[in-house]
Design a protein around this ligand. Sequence first.
Ligand code: FE2
Length: 335
Amino acid sequence: MSLTRPALGLAVLTLALPLLAACGEDEPKLVIYNAQHEQLLDEIVPAFEEETGIEVELRNAKDLELSNQLVQEGDASDADVFLTENSPAMSQVEQAGLFAELPAEVLDVIPEMYRPASGLWTGFVARSTVLVYNTGLIEESELPASILELAEPEWAGRLSFSPTGADFQAIVAAVLELEGEEATRAWLEGIKENGTVYDGNNVVLESVNSGESEVGIVYHYYWERDREEGGDVHGDSAQYYFADQDPGAFVSVSGAGILESSDMKDEAEEFMEFLVGEEGQQIIADSYALEYPLNPDITLEQGVKPFSELEPPAVNVSDLDAEAVVDLMTEVGFL
Ligand SMILES: [Fe+2]
């Protein structure tokens, strides 16, 4: 279009725009139910759209909100792809029989321990459990070897965490899978007794950094992002990574899968290939997120502890049970 187009032409164009937009809305879009952080998808999706010409519509909500919605909608769901922050919500949808098998091009990229043997979904990014501690109040040498010790009486009044979020609930799912129901209930009762409950992991960081709590259970990226962004909730605290396959060294994966009911499976597969492929994973590695890419060819740098140095317990991602965790946490009085 020429810049010197007369005013009448512009008026016609202005009138025509709503019609064009209406036509655009009729084009089928790849619908992604997204519970990963919106900000991360806002980096991945435009690159995917540009490369493939496939338009994406994101519908954002929390892990269990979307998994419950998918189970309710069943075959009638608009969703083509489901992305979560943590994997228990993926297992819920898998158990409901709603996922299509992923192509080998997707599965072969991701190490086996970060996806279920069923091939019905895969992890695409990972986050490590950590203990954030106030460096003025406690020495690293005084921190417990196991996250399970935080339930002991000596930790009374010294701990904080955010039990309502999918992040903490994934950690509980790992404890449940590794230690069994009785030990997990006892652990939850102990940390409930000892801890202060906050709504949100950033509030946990604040409480530790200010010295209200000595230690807090979070994932690594909260503190790392604050450090990277020069924020004000990391300067008086540091991160402690549990080791030796302790339940506290649990690495949680964000999951991705294609709905069997999708009428855009080819496009959904293209999205999945992009997400786990080098380009998508490099976008994740370079992004604000500071989460670990799961494609072994791509490395997160940006000053974060290397993924290869983590010592996570072997957890079968298919066995992380969202419903059992919600039941147990309700019973103990967290939810
Ligand atoms: Fe999170």
